[in-house]
Design a protein around this ligand. Structure first.
Ligand code: CIR
Length: 262
């Protein structure tokens, strides 16, 4: 196992949002995102990833799949391998076949989940573990199938629960370094991070937990000043990025890229 493989990356893959993002799934039935504003946020996001020195591939928008900008749910890149998942929302299932050719080109070949359902947003990878949250989108059959692929790649699988009413496991947590997780109190309280150092979210700023560590910086959503101060006081270099448009359709910073090293 390579120390830091869960946050030091040479590559990322993202997909441009289409105009159809206005029809993206959302639990709350709130306002539609604005496609032009979403695109501007996305451009700032991919630029920031590239500025860490990573090679960022940006795929064309897929108008037929409104949520396809959230590439993290259709595939998982782990241990030098790309795994095509089976997203659990009906309107998103076809995104997996759409992303496969791009990953085949980059990785040479891909593995495929053959049964069940798993959304990548339910998977938190650390250096040697995959914490997989059972959710409305991720079921036991999918977890079993994914475990068969991940264990030979050097990941122990820890099956955990996504809190009810929460879309994805990583809606409520993010990795800060090889040993440290940033989590809402409600998720950390379940005991699912035993063995890790946990920094709990500031009350009222829980939505900030969907952050990503990508090389040196931690990317945090703009608008969470107490969280910014907390993470800086813990010694992290934090860069803030707006993800307000993604949030309108239940997305955040982690969902908009696949992050890996070759
Ligand atoms: C969905 O409901 O699937 C999208 N509107 C949001 C997906 C966010 N993805 C993620 O947190 N990994």
């Amino acid at each position: 196992m390579k120390e830091g493989r869960s946050w030091r990356f040479t590559h990322a893959v993202s997909r441009l949002p289409g105009k159809s993002i206005a029809n993206g799934l959302r639990a709350g039935g709130g306002a539609d995102p604005d496609p032009a504003e979403f695109l501007a946020e996305h451009q700032a996001y991919t630029k920031a990833l590239a500025e860490t020195g990573a090679n960022v591939t940006i795929l064309d928008a897929l108008e037929g799949f409104p949520d396809s900008v959230f590439v993290e749910d259709a595939a998982l890149c782990a241990g030098g391998t790309a795994i095509i998942l089976r997203p659990g929302a009906e309107s998103r299932f076809g995104e997996a076949a759409e992303i496969a050719p791009a990953l085949e080109k980059i990785f040479g070949s891909v593995k495929r989940l053959e049964r069940g359902f798993v959304d990548g947003g339910d998977i938190l990878l650390t250096d040697d573990e995959a914490l997989i949250g059972m959710s409305e989108r991720t079921d036991q059959e999918g977890v079993d199938a994914l475990s068969e692929i991940l264990e030979p790649l050097g990941y122990r699988v820890r099956v955990v629960n996504t809190p009810s009413g929460v879309l994805h496991f990583k809606s409520d947590c993010g990795l800060l370094d090889s040993h440290t997780v940033f989590s809402t109190a409600r998720l950390a309280g379940s005991g699912c991070f035993e063995g890790y150092r946990v920094i709990e979210a500031v009350e009222g700023e829980e939505a900030a937990t969907n952050l990503i560590r990508f090389n040196e910086p931690v990317f945090l959503r703009t608008g969470f000043p107490k969280t910014l101060a907390l993470l800086q006081s813990e010694g992290y270099k934090v860069i803030t990025l707006s993800a307000d448009q993604a949030a309108l359709v239940d997305g955040g910073l982690s969902c908009m890229s696949l992050r890996f090293s070759l």
